[in-house]
Design a protein around this ligand. Structure first.
Ligand code: NAP
Length: 422
């Protein structure tokens, strides 16, 4: 029996087309393939969805977290959802059929599970879900969705610099956006989305593309209302065929004083602890370094004022040193401030190394940090690294005589292990 045929009234899971940035995270996360998309919308199949909630925490915008009480016989089909530009209004249901619990949830447009609500247990979470659904307990409460498709912010480009060597294949840019007098409060680990100009092959305006913020909460330039992002110019598809990434090329070619259309900020779990003595283990590849730069710079500024004295450990994977974004500034950071481990996969005359190899090599130090209840782990970058990193952490923990499933469950339940991979 499917969810759609079980009872006369159902809580239908829907995705808000106005907020969704079409990042595909929900479709990738859904363990039972209930989510699909066309050129217009991402939708949830009411015949398949079992409200397991696996897709809810990873959604960067919260667009996924919409629940409407409907007559089961009138559940919105996938085709109806594909055609929507906005979510439908709730319809009146016969009083005798209304499930009051569901009504209370749908009134606010969302179910009671989300990153900011730590009342849930890990029960029901698929074992493949590697990261926490809640932020560190001490994290500052973030603003999310201040600017949406209906209320787009405009930012001015105040800097656009290449942060990899000129003659390398990896053309990665550090782009600084200024919001002027428009309030745009962010935290390290959050992201924004940017609309590339123009239309796709079907004549529809391009969807916004999501980028992690690479600067700390007080601005790329301290006390300025600006932020930075890290963008790699996409010139090939996953199979290596030549293709021009629409948004990445637009962004990498921006000139000073150009303006861009921005929505966000997004993200309420991949946030850093707000404690002077918390330790942070950062694991990233390529442009996945953006949030790590934000967190590192936040800690660096705090350290200067003696407001941070935790330990920072970074595992950073790139093809070569010359293709590693921010290589120069990173290497200038004091060794007693951050423990840097570079995993180079294509360095001439060196064996291929990935971040997970270095985590294994540094097992004793990683274990020591993990013993501290105020150690938090962040993983950002290529989707493929997720499994490798989990396996490496598992080996490290097991080598210390601990039971990985218990440690893993604890890290998730305490908001101490976070993934952002694409
Ligand atoms: P890249 O240069 O293609 O790869 C970086 C390094 O990761 C290379 O050394 C690569 O080795 C290695 N690698 C490949 N597969 C791996 C695996 N399974 N486990 C561990 N390491 C692996 O990276 P990129 O093009 O910059 O891509 C970074 C990713 O971060 C993208 O998927 C991007 O969408 C994502 N991201 C970006 C942002 C942002 O704000 N810009 C934010 C979050 C995430 P090889 O030599 O084998 O290729």
């Amino acid at each position: 029996m499917t969810a759609a045929t079980a009872t006369p009234v159902m809580k239908q899971h829907l995705i808000d087309p106005e907020i969704c940035i079409r990042c595909n995270t929900c479709e990738e996360t859904c363990p039972i393939d209930a989510i699909t998309h066309d050129a217009n919308n991402y939708v949830v199949d009411p015949e398949i969805c079992n409200s397991c909630m696996a897709c809810v925490p990873p959604c960067p915008t919260g667009a996924i977290d919409n629940w409407l009480q409907v007559l089961t016989s009138e559940a919105y089909s996938k085709d109806e959802q594909f055609s929507w530009d906005v979510l439908p209004e709730a319809k009146e249901l016969p009083a005798e059929l209304i499930d009051t619990d569901v009504a209370a949830e749908t009134e606010t447009g969302r179910a009671p599970v989300s990153g900011e609500d730590d009342t849930e247990s890990l029960e029901g979470v698929p074992s493949t879900e590697a990261g926490a659904r809640i932020p560190p307990w001490s994290a500052v409460h973030p603003y999310v969705n201040l600017y949406t498709h209906k209320n787009v912010a405009t930012a001015t480009v105040v800097g656009n610099y290449r942060v990899t060597d000129e003659d390398t294949e990896s053309d990665i840019h550090h782009i600084v956006l200024d919001f002027g007098t428009l309030p745009f409060p962010v935290l390290e680990g959050q992201s924004i989305a940017i609309f590339p100009p123009g239309t796709d092959a079907n004549g529809r305006a391009y969807h916004a593309r999501q980028y992690s913020i690479a600067s700390p909460r007080d601005g790329e330039r301290p006390k300025y209302n600006n932020l930075s992002i890290t963008v790699k110019r996409v010139t090939t598809d996953y199979d290596g065929n030549p293709v021009n990434g629409v948004c990445s090329n637009y962004l990498c070619d921006l000139q000073k004083n150009d303006t861009v259309k921005v929505i966000g900020p997004f993200g309420n779990t991949f946030l850093m602890p707000n404690l002077a003595h918390a330790n942070i283990i950062m694991i990233c590849t390529g442009t996945g370094s953006a949030p790590m730069r934000a967190m590192t710079e936040r800690c660096r500024r705090l350290t200067k004022n003696r407001e941070y004295n935790g330990k920072l450990m970074l595992f950073f994977g790139a093809r070569t040193e010359r293709e590693l974004p921010y290589f120069g500034p990173l290497m200038n950071l004091p060794k007693d401030f951050i423990d840097i481990n570079l995993a180079l996969s294509r360095a001439p005359e060196q064996p291929k190394r990935y971040v997970q190899d270095l985590i294994r090599e540094r097992a004793a130090d990683v274990l020591n940090l993990l013993d501290d209840a105020e150690t938090y782990i962040y993983v950002c970058g290529l989707k493929g690294m997720e499994v490798g990193v989990i396996e490496a952490l598992q080996e490290v923990v097991s080598s210390g005589g601990k039971h990985w499933p218990d440690v893993h469950a604890q890290l998730k339940a305490q908001g101490r292990l976070h993934f952002e991979t694409y």
